[in-house]
Structures are given as C-alpha cells and as structure tokens.
Design a protein around this ligand. Structure first.
Ligand SMILES: [Zn+2]
Length: 520
C-alpha cells in the first residue's frame, strides 16, 4: 500500500524519537514521586516482617527449607511488581554452594618428646578451629612454639622458619574463629609453609569439654573462591595442662608459657607433633539470593545500577531463651528485607523510570559470615564497575523513633547526598547520624562491605542493637513499622537522587585507599 507510506514515515519518526528525548530530560513530577513514596506504608512493612519472621519460618537459617520459602515469597513479590529476573537462568533466585560436613571423630593430636607423650582426641579433649581438610593426611613434623601473640604482625615468626613444621601456639584463652575462618596468624603460618597448627590453651575444664564436644557437630560452610584461597591446614585446640610433661622435657615450663606478657617464637627441639585430622562431607547444598532488576529509563545510563540490599536470613532455631527456641529475626533483618520489597514497589510505580537501573537484592548467609553478599559480589547482576552505589538496610525497625545511624557517610559523596535529602524532607522527621559505635566495627559487619571492598560506595542504614538482638525475642510485635516506613522513604529519596544524578557517587580519596584497597 504505497500511498500510505509518506504519511507513515514521519509518524513513526515522531513516535520513536519523542518518548526517548522525554525520558532523557524529564524528571518525575513532584506528584508522581509523592504517589510512589506513598506506596511505602507502615501496614505493608509490618505485614511483610510478620510473614518472614513468623514462627513457621523457623528463623530462616542458611541453608534451610524455610529460607528457600522466604526466597520464593520475595521472588513472587518481585514477579508481581514486574521486575526483571536477575538470578540464575531467567529466575529471580541466584544459588551458591554450601557444604555440610563434620569433623571425623577419630581425629587426634599427639605430641612426643624425649620419652614423654601427650595425646588428645577431637570431641573428647580436643576441639577444632576453622575447617579441617577434607582428605586424611597424617602429618608428623617438628614443633615450633609460639608463645602468646607476636607483636610484629608483618613478620610474626621473625627468623624462625615454620616451613614443614607444626606450630604450637600457647594462649591464655580460646581463640575466636569467626565465620569458620582462622585467625590471621594461622593463615600467615600456612602461607609460610606450616603443616598444622595446635593451640595450647589455658581454659577451665568445663568450658573446654563443651567446646570439644561441639567440634563434632555438623557444620555448613560456603564453597567459594575465597574459601579455596585460604590455604587449609588442620587447626586444633587442646588444653595446655596435658602438654606439661612433654614441654618440661623440652625445657619449657607451662607456668611461664601462660605468662603471655613475654611473647616469643622458637623451635621446640626434640619435640614432634603428629596430627591425623579430617572432616567428612555429608551433604552438598545450596542457598538462595533473590535478585530483581528495574531497568533504567535513560539509554545512556541504564547500564549503571544502584543496589538496594538487605539480608533475608537469620540464625534459625537455637538455644532456647525463656522456652522459645525460634530466632525470628524480625528486626534482623526482616525489617530491611521488607524495606527492599517496599522500595521495589515504589520505584516500579514511578513514571518516568529513574535514569539508572535499580537492583533489588535480598541475600542469605549474612549471619553465617556474609555468604550471600560475598557470592553476589563475585557474580553480580550488573558488573560492580557499573554499580554506582549500594544502599544497605540491616535492622531498621527498633530503637529511636526519629534517628537512624547511616554508617559510611564520611566515605563518599553519598553522605552529602543523604544529608541533603534528609534536610529536604523534614516531614519524615528522621535525623541521619554517623556511626554511633565506631569501636564495634559495624562497617565491616553487614553485606554492604563486600560492595565497598570492591570499590562500590555504600550507605548502611542501621538502628543499632537492643536487648532482643540475636535472641528469640526479636519478634514482629516489637517492630516499629511506622518508623521503618519513614526510613525506607528516606532510602527511596536517596536512591532516586543517586539513580538520576548526572554524576555517579565518588569516594573520598583517603577512604578509598583504606576501604577499597585494604579489602583486595
Ligand atoms: Zn543483620
């Protein structure tokens, strides 16, 4: 139908060009923004927190069927809101691998020297630090003794070689093994060629017995590149009192070793240590993250993204307190997760779309050592180089009605943006304050840190801990959903600002040196 062609072409050109130009320049009207922000409500936040923190969710442990149920709930919300799936093979769920394993009950340590012998068995009078190797290898090696904690952290072993040796470290207390990891000194020893590590600790028998028994409990660990690079040597923990005779034969006095005021490192001549220790893998499991994407409206900026994150997991079922064993994790962090869904709903309803894309991310494994965010940072839906900010919410439903701590403000221009947005919205009656607890290192204790270490500027919205923190009593009836809604509205305004700004957020140069490079 050739006659129609001359009319059609200009029409098509008009139809094609006009909306594009409009999207690039037009900001949403104040009324459109107000309508979007009003979808963030107290009732919906309370409702979502109630679903996720219900006793039937059994504390959303990583991994657990109830965590998967939580992930499915969030995925169905993302689907309903029309977000694009950002997970595996066209779904909203991104899975990472977890191993369930158990220390072998036959694992042991033997110390021998000049006719004296000491022997410990895991589960009875020896415990385990970090993860044992998977394969059995019985090691017999000369001993190097580390007394206390060497002050020179760069060259902790000084001129003493630990290559091919088992290190015995005498400590007055049981060392802390955070998130399945080992203390830095052990990692340094493994790097320097040590074959094993035995902590000789001065701990009361009762405390020690419980710890030894718990060493045989099955445990879940994430399987990832970080994990493999850690250099796995067997690490055992034994009570020092049983070693007294062998030490004395080698010219060391237990009483003197317990005095850690005088740290030192020396080869323990004539003493060998034999370690036979391994763990058995009993199951290969996975855990979910949930990822939904709202495509940006600006063709030039939609390749960049702002991430809104929170962790959907909590610590599951545990030690009962006042007859309740379900750790509901309503504030920690069903509150922040509800916030992520509310933000997705608000942004999905806004026309025109924000210029940059938005990623709505609910991670798991936070309580186990920031597993899900670590995995997401390795496998992001939008490359981290194009991820301009992470706005993380972890615990936003308790404490002061009019104040929220925004951790990380000083590290990038996001801080000034947030402060300005807060001044522009006095109706939210929400004061943004800096990190109130710098000594507690919260900057390194939630999911945003995996973004920050890889160069993505972050803000962390956090109301601080309370007496129900990490207890079964962190439950929905204590949540101040009205306050949480005002915080989420604040995050909406900050996110909108960042998504539409011509310039992406910039690090403070000194912070970049400290945070970004330190983590790599
Ligand atoms: Zn948390």
């Amino acid at each position: 139908m050739p006659l129609r062609a001359p009319i059609l072409i200009p029409l098509l050109a008009l139809l094609g060009a006009a909306p594009l130009a409009a999207q690039r320049t037009r900001a949403p009207s104040a009324a459109a923004v107000r309508r979007a922000v009003e979808t963030i409500t107290e009732a919906e936040i309370r409702g979502r927190v109630a679903i996720m923190s219900d006793d039937s969710m059994r504390g959303r442990a990583t991994p657990s069927p109830e965590l998967d149920e939580t992930a499915e709930y969030l995925a169905s919300e993302f689907r309903r809101l029309g977000l694009r799936p950002g997970g595996d093979s066209g779904s909203y769920i991104q899975r990472y691998a977890i191993q369930r394993s158990q220390a072998d009950s036959g694992s042991f340590v033997v110390m021998m020297g000049r006719g004296a012998t000491a022997r410990w068995v895991v589960g009875r009078d020896a415990s385990v630090g970090g993860l044992l190797p998977e394969s059995e290898g019985v090691i017999t090696a000369p001993a190097v003794l580390v007394v206390g904690t060497p002050p020179d952290t760069a060259r902790p072993f000084g001129s003493v070689s630990v290559r091919g040796a088992v290190v015995l470290q005498a400590l007055p207390v049981v060392p802390r093994f955070r998130g399945g990891g080992v203390p830095r000194l052990v990692a340094q020893g493994a790097e320097a060629g040590a074959l094993g590590w035995v902590f000789l600790v001065n701990a009361p028998e009762a405390q020690f017995g419980a710890m030894a028994r718990s060493a045989l409990r099955p445990q879940s660990t994430v399987v990832g590149p970080q994990d493999a690079s850690r250099g796995r040597i067997p690490v055992l923990v034994v009570r020092d009192s049983s070693a007294g005779e062998v030490l004395r034969a080698a010219g060391e006095e237990l009483a003197a070793l317990r005095d850690t005021a005088t740290p030192g490192v020396r080869a323990l001549s004539g003493v060998t240590v034999t370690i036979g220790a391994r763990r058995r893998v009993t199951a290969e499991l996975t855990a979910p993250n949930v990822v939904g994407i709202l495509e940006g409206g600006d063709p030039e900026l939609r390749g960049e993204a702002v991430v809104f994150s929170a962790h959907m997991d909590h610590s599951g079922v545990g030690q009962p307190v006042n007859g309740d064993s379900i750790y509901n994790g309503a504030d920690d962090d069903a509150s922040g997760t509800a916030g992520v869904v509310e933000l997705a709903e608000a942004f999905a309803s806004l026309q025109p779309r924000p210029r940059r894309s938005l990623v709505f991310l609910a991670v798991s494994g936070e309580e186990r050592g920031l597993w899900g965010s670590s995995f997401y940072a390795e496998h992001p839906a939008v490359p981290l180089g194009q991820t301009v900010a992470d706005l993380n919410m972890d615990m936003i439903g308790r404490n002061w009605r009019d104040t929220i701590s925004v951790i990380g403000k000083e590290h990038s221009t996001l801080g000034a943006t947030a402060n300005r947005v807060s001044r522009e919205h006095p109706e939210l009656n929400m004061r943004l304050v800096d990190d109130l607890w710098p000594d507690q290192d919260f900057y390194n204790r939630s999911d945003h840190v995996h973004f920050a270490r890889r160069g993505v500027p972050i803000l962390f919205f956090f109301n601080g801990t309370h007496p129900d923190y990490h207890r079964p009593s962190d439950s929905v009836e204590k949540i101040d959903a009205e306050k949480a809604a005002r915080i989420v509205r604040m995050v909406f305004y900050v996110g909108l600002e960042v998504a539409n700004a011509a310039q992406r957020p910039q690090w403070d140069p000194e912070s970049r040196r400290r945070v970004v490079q330190a983590g790599n």
